[in-house]
Write a protein that binds this ligand. Structure first.
Ligand SMILES: [Zn+2]
Length: 148
């Protein structure tokens, strides 16, 4: 696996289509294909990796996914389908980036801040659905960009 092939979910031009949290998430998560190792060694991943097949699309933290020293859970997730990408990303925001020791501390703080803003908003405003823009983004831009 080489660095040249690593592509984040979002690029700078996507900033306007996403809220602060989702943009931050998409910039720090990459798409990749499961290889033989993932399928065989999936016990080391936490989360939904039981039925991973070679070639399946996964999401992973760009900071720690290739590091042997990474310990934070949810560094790699395999969304069941495109419509699940958004929810999986949010899961990483909550459970991974807060604990990922390989991420810059500035990013961790920023992620925590924007996550609490979004969660408060989601709770307070009944009709506000912060997931909508993220799901739209995933099913259109991400799906096209990565040929999903
Ligand atoms: Zn990480």
């Amino acid at each position: 696996m080489n660095d040249a092939k690593r592509i984040s979910l979002a690029t700078e031009i996507d900033r306007s289509s996403l809220n602060e949290l989702d943009y931050l998430l998409c910039r720090n998560v990459e798409v990749y294909c499961a290889n033989e190792e993932d399928v065989q060694g999936n016990t080391q991943h936490e989360g939904n990796c039981e039925n991973v097949v070679v070639g399946q699309v996964g999401l992973r933290c760009i900071h720690c996914s290739l590091s042997p020293f990474a310990t934070a859970k949810y560094a790699t997730l395999f969304p069941m389908s495109i419509i699940h990408i958004g929810a999986d990303l949010r899961m990483m925001a909550k459970w991974h980036f807060s604990r990922c020791s390989m991420s810059p501390s500035k990013l961790r703080k920023e992620m925590e801040r924007v996550l609490s803003v979004i969660e408060t908003k989601d709770r307070r405003e009944e009709r506000y659905d912060s997931m909508r823009s993220l799901n739209d983004f995933c099913s259109s831009v991400v799906a096209k960009r990565f040929n999903l």
